[in-house]
Write a protein that binds this ligand. Structure first.
Ligand code: SAH
Length: 408
């Protein structure tokens, strides 16, 4: 019995063990399954998360790109709008300019037309008035004849009626028209004057250049053949002087006024001889053409002055031409020993002032004073220290740049 119970117990135990093992293995399996599922789940979740993240990123990127694109589109739209607006503005401006120009054209044509019309009207009126006057005269003479024959017996039927009031009206209209015409002529005149000023200015520039770029012999010939050109040149020169902060001639006039009254002065290239009429001393004035009784016409390279006869030689803006050396040689010839050579020139004509001073010195002079501080002009004084007798080609060439005046 006991054996059987033991066997039974053992069997039961082994069964229990087997059941336990089974249960455990089932449990284990379950766990591993669970793990698997979990890990799968996790994997899925991770995948989902990464997909989500990816999607989110893409979405973000897409959004950002969308925003950027929209912004770019907006900017380009604005730019396009601006450009179109500007184009419109430019077109409008051009249009209004064109409109203004054509308006002006129309105005001018109107003025011209109305001038023509008014002139025609006046001429017509004049004719009518003349006719009427003729008739009046005829009537008067007829009346006289009639009166002299028989005042009461003869009747003249066909005397045209003269409407005096109408005549008066016509005369008044004629006067009005004349006034209108003169007003319009005055309006048109400034344009004419402006054109003339421009023409004069360009002629002045041309003559100025002629003087700078030719030898004095050529310039003298040029002005001799066309003295009117000389007057035109001086008109232009006078205008030019008004544009400068100072007239250099005034500086020279002041310095000469301070010199002894018995000094003799020679003004080389004197223009209108303003120096001669502004100082108490005796002044010999030379220029190509004599513009008044004070000026002696000559090429200043060969003046009629005696050697060693003057105290001062002045070149005020007159060093023009390709043979400047000839003028300085002539100055040396006519100046007394220790005599003074005064030069005023436009600053922009000098390349290097020292070079200019050096070359003048080689013509028997020494530089005693200079003022380079004035706006636009250089002022230089030299003293004659010796006569120069050596031949012409032994001296250095003196060159200055041409002075180009601006267009008005
Ligand atoms: N010195 C005057 C005029 C200056 S304009 C003044 O300051 O108001 C320059 C003048 O020099 C012109 O009238 C020109 O005809 C004159 N000129 C230039 N070269 C000349 C020459 N070789 N002979 C005579 N006159 C000359």
């Amino acid at each position: 019995m006991a054996k059987t119970r033991k066997k039974q117990n053992r069997a039961a135990a082994s069964k229990g063990k087997a059941t336990m093992t089974n249960a455990m293995s089932i449990h284990k399996k379950k766990i591993s399954n669970k793990d698997k599922t979990n890990s799968k789940k996790n994997k899925k979740t991770v995948n989902n998360v990464s997909v989500l993240a990816k999607n989110k990123n893409i979405k973000n990127i897409k959004n950002i790109n969308k925003k950027r694109i929209t912004r770019t589109i907006n900017t380009s739209n604005t730019l396009q709008n601006n450009t179109t607006e500007k184009q419109l503005q430019i077109t409008n401006n051009n249009k209004s300019k064109k409109r203004r120009a054509s308006k002006n054209k129309v105005k001018l044509t109107q003025v011209n037309n109305s001038n023509d019309n008014s002139v025609k009207k006046v001429q017509k009126l004049k004719k009518t008035i003349d006719k009427k006057n003729k008739i009046v005269r005829k009537v008067n003479s007829v009346n006289q004849v009639v009166g002299s024959v028989n005042k009461n017996t003869i009747k003249i039927d066909k005397i045209p009626k003269i409407n005096i009031e109408r005549l008066k009206e016509m005369v008044a209209t004629k006067e009005k028209d004349e006034k209108k015409i003169s007003k319009k002529v005055k309006e048109v005149l400034p344009l004419r004057e402006r054109m003339m000023t421009k023409l004069k200015a360009s002629r002045f520039r041309f003559l100025n250049e002629t003087l700078y770029k030719n030898s004095s012999t050529q310039s003298k010939k040029y002005f001799k053949e066309d003295p009117e050109a000389f007057t035109a040149y001086h008109e232009g020169y006078k205008y030019q002087v008004t544009q400068w902060p100072l007239n250099p001639l005034n500086v020279i006039i002041e310095s000469i006024k301070n010199m002894p009254n018995n000094h003799v002065i020679a003004d080389f290239g004197c223009g209108e001889a303003l120096l001669a009429s502004s100082v108490p001393q005796k002044v010999h004035s030379f220029d190509f053409i004599s513009m008044n009784e004070k000026v002696q016409a000559c090429d200043m390279a060969h003046t009629p002055l005696l050697a060693n006869s003057v105290h001062v030689v002045v070149f005020c803006l007159s060093l023009m031409g390709t043979n400047l050396g000839d003028y300085i040689r002539e100055a040396n010839r006519v100046l007394k020993k220790d005599g003074m050579l005064k030069i005023a020139e436009i600053e922009s004509r000098f390349d290097k002032i020292e070079d200019f001073i050096k070359s003048i010195s080689e013509y028997g002079f020494v530089n005693t004073w200079k003022d380079l501080s004035q706006n636009l002009f250089y002022f230089l004084d030299f003293k004659k220290i010796k006569d120069i007798t050596t031949s012409r080609n032994k001296f250095p060439e003196i060159t200055l740049k041409s002075c180009v005046y601006k267009k008005r």
